[in-house]
Write a protein that binds this ligand. Structure first.
Ligand code: ADP
Length: 379
């Protein structure tokens, strides 16, 4: 039997929930579907918001030869095959390419002539910003539509679509757990419904655990390895960091994911001890993007050794988060008059900007926090 998320996938726009900026009255995708405008486009948005669903509804409107591939596992050969079939058909051929950002430049280039000639109508889905992840030649041939995570109200409607009974508390818990990802919520309901008589917050929590045990071995390994990698760099343990880097690459981890974590690390863990680290990490990301696998392993190794061998200092981030804690704790405290903006006479008369001195040594924090010190320079 097909998974529940699949069974209840909307077949028409009327069943489709949310994303009104795309499928509402007179909005671009509704217009395209209703008026049968065939063109290539990209859908950019987080998981479980309806990208695949929309692509299917679109393809159905054209009675098209619809193919689905994932850029994680597909390659040029798969595309060649699809285009080959297109020659024998008078229906349009639509290719839904999930995670298109996982195609490297050469693979994306390969799509170009087919998209340009209209032999293939491409619907690419991506969770990553296409302006960085999709080559510009392809971008200029595709419209880009942005999808947003489902709001709590939309999630409630999607949960309703499962027609499975549960109390309000269970619904609320699901909505807050799923972070706007419909697939996540539906899958959890399905597991709980298969195992337990009644769906409650408790049985959902139990199911969440078993879900990870059953389906997410790979996911767990992924988080363990990246965590070990970061902790090794933090401890300046170059051998361990290189080892975990190698494990991630060998298991097929996206090198850009690793480089992105290195950029965060450069500010979070090295910070003021060596501001250059942020530049180096950014350059590693840039190099990885331009070079790709396998050669970008040199760029990654180079950057990792640099980050390991550099002094560490977390004072900037620590100070910022201490300040953020006060912001949350005290709300909008009044800003001292002398550093307020005074664009009008009335505001000046009220004392805004009065006594302002550019190089004042006085505290510029709100009165209540006057003596607070967040930033402690490392020794
Ligand atoms: P994505 O491709 O964005 O990861 P999908 O389109 O595959 O997400 O959605 C996963 C499942 O969640 C679908 O099978 C459907 O059951 C449900 N779903 C997602 N978005 C919607 C929506 N907008 N309206 C109704 N159901 C949805």
């Amino acid at each position: 039997m097909k998974p529940l998320a699949f069974q209840i996938r909307p077949q028409t726009l009327d069943e489709f929930i949310g994303q009104k900026h795309l499928v509402g009255e007179h909005k671009p995708l509704r217009e395209a579907i209703e008026n049968k405008h065939l063109f290539s486009f990209l859908l950019w948005g987080p998981p479980g918001v309806g990208k695949t669903t929309l692509a299917e509804i679109y393809a159905k409107a054209f009675d098209a030869n619809f193919h689905m591939l994932s850029a994680v596992s597909a390659g040029k050969d798969d595309i060649r095959k699809i285009v080959g079939h297109a020659d024998d058909s008078d229906k349009p051929t639509i290719l839904f390419l999930d995670e298109i950002h996982r195609f490297n430049k050469a693979q994306q280039d390969f799509l170009l002539p087919y998209v340009e000639s209209g032999k293939l109508t491409l619907i690419g889905a991506t969770t990553e910003n296409p302006s960085f992840e999709v080559i510009s030649a392809l971008l200029s041939r595709c419209r880009v539509f942005v999808l947003y995570e489902h709001s709590p109200e939309e999630m409630a409607q999607i949960i309703e679509r499962t027609s499975i009974d549960m109390d309000q508390e269970a619904k609320d818990w699901l909505i807050s757990m799923a972070n706007g990802d419909a697939r996540q919520a539906i899958t959890l309901i399905e597991i709980a419904n298969n195992i337990y008589k009644k769906i409650t917050v408790e049985t959902l929590k139990e199911s969440l655990q078993s879900k990870f045990l059953r389906y997410d071995k790979k996911g767990e390994e992924h988080y363990n390895t990246i965590s070990a990698f970061i902790k090794s760099m933090r401890a300046s343990n170059t051998d361990a960091a290189l080892y975990y880097l190698a494990r991630m690459i060998d298991s097929g981890e996206d090198p850009k994911f690793i480089a992105r974590r290195m950029i965060i690390f450069a500010s979070e863990d090295i910070g003021m001890a060596q501001p250059l680290a942020l530049l180096v990490a950014n350059q590693v990301f840039d190099a990885v993007t331009k070079v790709g696998l396998p050669e970008c392993q040199y760029n990654l190794a180079h950057g990792v050794v640099f980050l390991c061998q550099t002094k560490k200092d977390r004072t900037a981030g620590d100070a910022y988060f201490a300040a953020l804690e006060d912001v949350k704790k005290f709300g909008n405290l009044p800003i001292p008059m002398n550093i307020r903006n005074a664009p009008t006479k009335l505001m000046k008369d009220l004392g805004y900007g009065k006594g302002y001195e550019a190089y004042s040594k006085e505290s510029l924090l709100p009165g209540k926090l006057k003596n607070k010190r967040y930033y402690k320079k490392a020794d």
